[in-house]
Design a protein. Sequence first.
Length: 278
Amino acid sequence: MPSSSGSSSGFAEAGTAASLKMRGIHPRRALGQNFVVDPNTIRRIVKLAEIEPGSQVLEIGAGLGALTWELVKTGAEVVAVEVDRKLVALLKERFADLPVTIFEADILAMDFSALPMRSRSWISVGNLPYSVAATTIIRLLEKAPAMTSGLFMVQKEVGERLASAPGNKTYGVATVIAGYWADISLVGNVPRTVFYPRPHVDSVLLRLQRKVDPPFDLPLGYEHFLHVVHAGFSQRRKMLRNSLSGIVHPDVFDRYGIDDRSRAEELGLKEWGMLAQG
């Protein structure tokens, strides 16, 4: 296990800027590259993720490896996914002699079964690009059943949306879909000053715990459930009897005691499950 000194001391903001400049690397806005440079924030992520010796961890968007380094220090086995080829080369050099596998891939397109994971259950962590954070989390929940929990740094608005409750303006499709798979909570705020370059938005730490069993049966299938939820929220101002016309039979509302004059944001996860049962 590496010591806590040495390499880790290089992850300050100035050191990050110098390291990037030396290698001819510029943070790419298209990839949402804002690197975490505050050691306290990095340690906080690892602690909240409950990483222990021997844990199998999938890190998404490893960047310069600041969080990767802290994960390795816990005794965890790390698979770090990074899409930027220049950063992949840097990471392979930096972690050549440590229990880290660097995997060059786009998390939104990769086959999770191809990951070199030893265990059938693993934890995921990451500083997720703001534009694809919700999509990434939902894809992990849908396509990577071995992921049992996760701790992600995301844009504040994204975190609030995923952890929202019915009746809030942030409550929407992503809330319902993610809630089907996992219990989700906000566990901390993250100031802009911990990033390089500094973003123009605030961030939060989002924790998810995969549910052991689905919250309800879906006799018509998961895809039908998705269809119902997307249709219901597609016209938020409309009553559900209108937005779900032709998708959910009117008798279904009466059967489960759901007011068909309700709007999408007024229904909880359980009610969406009822509507999807046909």
